[in-house]
Design a protein around this ligand. Structure first.
Ligand SMILES: Nc1ncnc2c1ncn2[C@@H]1O[C@H](COP(=O)(O)OP(=O)(O)OP(=O)(O)O)[C@@H](O)[C@H]1O
Length: 308
């Protein structure tokens, strides 16, 4: 088996960099183990040198290796998948080595390096779905509004404070600074009801392919990476004090009962016109949404071959 490990040395505050030697040691230690197959695996480890380098490496090497293994967090997995999708071939493996690791947690991957490596060699192929928003690939989740602002602040704070607390501080900073953008709920709103066709103040839209986002939060409980559906949660017309009260229920998973502000539904596609500027998060990476932009979310069933 030919394996290319694409390792993001900056993931998890730089801690992922140590894994290169540990991966090499694993294969040296188990060189004669029959579980690795009759011929010992050929192994290459490439460190990413800049953002999006993983996409280029994955695309260029998809045909040359049996498995392209993303070593990093949600951002690295996203970038490797983009490369495999562009190459229209290749199999993905994952060694969780990021800060949040929401994609890996949703995939129920083993926690230790050795177990994750064995899983690449011993597990059957799974066909994972992926999503796009206006053509940009997401594997785990795309978010609009408040949670994208939390991630934006969190990503910035994480450069100095290399821990989960960066996102807690990001949350309170976002609460203080968030301006609710206006959205137009489509007439054919898949969740139906009186929200269809109305203008509303957006708190957040979470479009989930994977089960967890934001470091382990189940905003739409039950989302699965291979169920051929996107799971969505839309929260609108809520005041900041009520949002503050809602946040602990989101952590507990009891928030979905709050029908006054919140809708959840499953679909393969959804379009949302955004009437005032806001932020879009794609697997944790943040960009701006311009006034009048229509965000079109689409699911691509079974588009990624995964082993692990
Ligand atoms: N050599 C590099 N220098 C700077 N940034 C890089 C480099 N290689 C990759 N990146 C960027 O690092 C970002 C963060 O990586 P990743 O998401 O894997 O780690 P994380 O943020 O620690 O984990 P998580 O997203 O699971 O919380 C990616 O978006 C990627 O573009």
């Amino acid at each position: 088996m030919r394996l290319l490990f694409i390792l993001n040395p900056t993931a998890n505050g730089g801690r992922a960099a140590q894994l290169a030697n540990k991966i090499r040691s694993f294969y040296l230690e188990h060189a004669d183990d029959p579980r690795l197959g009759s011929t010992s695996p050929s192994l290459e480890i490439r460190l990413t040198e800049y953002p999006s380098h993983a996409t280029r490496l994955a695309e260029e090497n998809a045909k040359l290796f049996d498995v392209i293994v993303a070593v990093g967090g949600d951002g690295t997995i996203n970038e490797v998948c983009r490369g495999l999708i562009a190459a229209k071939t290749g199999q993905l493996g994952v060694i969780p080595a990021g800060t949040g690791n929401d994609t890996a947690t949703g995939l129920e991957l083993p926690k230790t390096l050795a177990e994750a490596l064995w899983a690449i060699h011993e597990s059957p192929i799974r066909h994972l779905d992926y999503g796009t928003v206006n053509g940009q690939v997401f594997i785990n989740s795309a978010t609009v509004g408040f949670d994208a602002l939390v991630a934006s602040h969190g990503n910035r704070i994480k450069r100095v404070l290399k821990s989960h607390w960066a996102y807690v501080i990001g949350l309170f900073t976002a609460l203080a600074t968030y301006h609710f953008p206006k959205i137009q709920v489509p007439q054919d709103f898949p969740a139906g009801d009186d929200w269809a066709g109305t203008q509303r103040d957006l708190c957040l839209l979470a479009v989930c392919n994977g089960r967890y986002y934001g470091g382990g939060i189940e905003i739409v409980p039950g989302a699965t990476l291979d169920d051929e559906l996107l799971d969505l949660c839309l929260i609108t017309n809520i005041s900041k004090p009520r949002l503050l009260k809602l946040l602990p229920t989101i952590l507990k998973g009891t928030h979905i009962k709050q029908k006054q502000y919140l809708r959840t539904w499953k679909t393969q596609q959804f379009s949302l016109p955004v009437l005032t500027p806001t932020l879009l998060g794609i697997d944790g990476e943040i960009s701006e949404v311009a006034v009048g932009e229509v965000l079109h979310f689409e699911l691509h069933p079974g588009g990624i071959n995964f082993v692990g």
